[in-house]
Write a protein that binds this ligand. Structure first.
Ligand code: 5AD
Ligand code: SF4
Length: 462
């Protein structure tokens, strides 16, 4: 797998031997931004001599990259840290580090250091470039080192070890300015910072040169890309530049905020050859009253009009969404508006979540009005409406031939290969020799709710 390193802007020389002869293991929770952070973490560690371990038991350094967006992933981390205590007892030199969004919260960082004193390092979202220095300190010092200061955090020039050799994450904007009332992200990832357009395009060119076919542009809200820089360009302009990068076949992006998705962006998507026909457009709720309480700053009507405009411009585009069930004050009538919106939009897929209060957010001060059980019941009703829609949309694809980017053997059946369509649907198919990273034409033969089955139609396109 390609390993890029240009440590000019971050002097790693000082720590060059820190990890020689040692192995690391990274456990990642949460979103694609976290997956990308873990790739940078791996790149940093390898640049100072570490190599990858096959499992935590074989590692000299275990890094947990955490997520704070809901309670569930936080509970999982606590469980994991409890279990790692035994490993630490067996192996006194083992270093355990906890980074990411959970660590960035002051109370959580101090809780981890008190409750799990076998953790050597707790570092926040701004500290990643300093990881080598922090690890050196942690190895020398007893007790837990905590580094969660919010500081300017340029990532440019940091090495990266990507987990795929044909599709890559490409962050374009860090942080979020929206402060949706339920969301911890602006609190732990700070205000929006766009990367300069030239740097993103240069990275995309490097990736294309290395044989990458697909890039996914990442940001909590990609639609506000460029606005913080006042440099005279926006997200559409970035897409237009990336379209010109030779060798790339597919461009994806996420996440889009419905209040900022412009007609200009829809037009750019319409005329592009490379931007994939998939849009993740989180709606969160279908009732205007709840949308207001969530501080989403759009209405149901605006959202539905946006969906209509997108579908008109890009027929056949796959739409996915995020929905929170059981926000404080959500009445039965409000919830029914979410159900009716889901029926009206007919999403390809919806990611559904039970509302989970996050300390420090505006919604955390609103009293919860539903029990866990009631929230679960609503979630089930929502899923019961959405799943048949997903299945129906997939069934309509049976008999069609679609382009699939091959990822590798299917997890559940090693006789099959797995890949994704431009619409981001998972397809399992029978084909003899298709190496991961090839683009193939697959005829869809069977549809399920969450995936498709097919057979190879044609030889490789690239
Ligand atoms: N409770 C439940 N779901 C949440 N999300 C974000 N914050 C919360 C919360 N406090 C969901 C939103 C978001 C997705 C990434 O996670 O739907 O789009
Ligand atoms: Fe959270 Fe809203 Fe920002 Fe998304 S847009 S990260 S939901 S505050």
């Amino acid at each position: 797998m390609p390993f890029e390193s240009s440590p000019q802007s971050h002097d790693l020389i000082e720590y060059a031997n820190l990890g020689v002869g040692k192995r690391y293991f990274i456990i990642t929770f949460g979103c694609q931004m976290n997956e990308n952070d873990s790739e940078v973490t791996a790149g940093l560690l390898e640049s100072i001599g570490y190599s990858a371990a096959a499992c935590p038991n074989e590692a000299d350094l275990i890094i947990i990259n955490t997520c704070a967006v809901r309670r569930k992933p936080e509970d999982k981390v606590a469980g994991l840290l409890g279990k790692l205590k035994a490993l630490k007892n067996e192996k006194r030199d083992l270093l355990i580090a906890v980074g990411g969004c959970m660590s960035q919260q002051e109370e959580v960082a101090s809780y981890i250091s008190k409750r799990f004193p076998h953790v050597n390092l707790v570092y926040g979202t701004y500290s990643l470039p300093r990881l080598p220095e922090l690890l050196q300190q942690a190895a020398r010092q007893r007790g837990t080192i905590v580094d969660i200061e919010a500081r300017p955090d340029s990532r440019e020039g940091l090495p990266i070890r990507r987990s795929s050799s044909f599709k890559a994450w490409l962050p374009v904007i860090y942080g979020c300015n929206n402060f949706c009332s339920y969301c911890i992200v602006p609190h732990v990832r700070g205000r929006e910072r766009s990367r300069p357009l030239e740097e993103i395009v240069a990275e995309a060119r490097t990736l294309a040169g290395q044989g990458y076919l697909e890039i996914t542009l990442l940001g909590q809200n990609v639609n506000s890309y460029g606005l913080d820089r006042a440099a005279g360009y926006d997200f559409s302009d970035l897409l237009v530049e990336l379209e010109k990068v030779e060798g790339l076949a597919r461009i994806r992006f996420m996440t889009s905020h419905p209040k900022d998705l412009s007609p200009k962006l829809i037009e750019t998507m319409r005329t592009s050859q490379k931007i994939c026909e998939h849009l993740h457009l989180p709606v969160q709720a279908g009732s205007n009253r709840i949308l207001k309480r969530m501080n989403r700053r759009y209405t149901r009507e605006h959202y539905l009009a946006l969906v209509a405009a997108i579908r008109e411009a890009i027929p056949g585009i796959a739409l996915t969404t995020d929905i929170i069930v059981g926000f404080p004050g959500e009445t039965e009538a409000d919830f029914e508006e979410t159900l009716s919106l889901v029926e009206a939009v007919r999403y390809d897929n919806a990611f559904t979540f039970l509302y989970s209060p996050r300390r420090g957010t505006a919604a955390a001060s609103l009293a919860e009005t539903l029990t866990h059980r009631e929230k679960e019941e609503r979630l089930q009703r929502l899923v019961d409406i959405q799943n048949p829609i997903s299945l129906e949309i997939n069934q309509a694809l049976v008999g069609q031939t679609v382009e699939v980017l091959v990822e590798g053997p299917s997890k559940n059946n090693h006789e099959l290969l797995t890949g994704r369509t431009r619409t981001n649907k998972l397809v399992h198919f029978k084909a003899p020799a298709c190496p991961p990273g090839s683009l193939v034409e697959i005829e869809i033969t069977e549809a399920r709710t969450f995936n498709l089955f097919g057979k190879l139609r044609d030889v490789e396109k690239h």
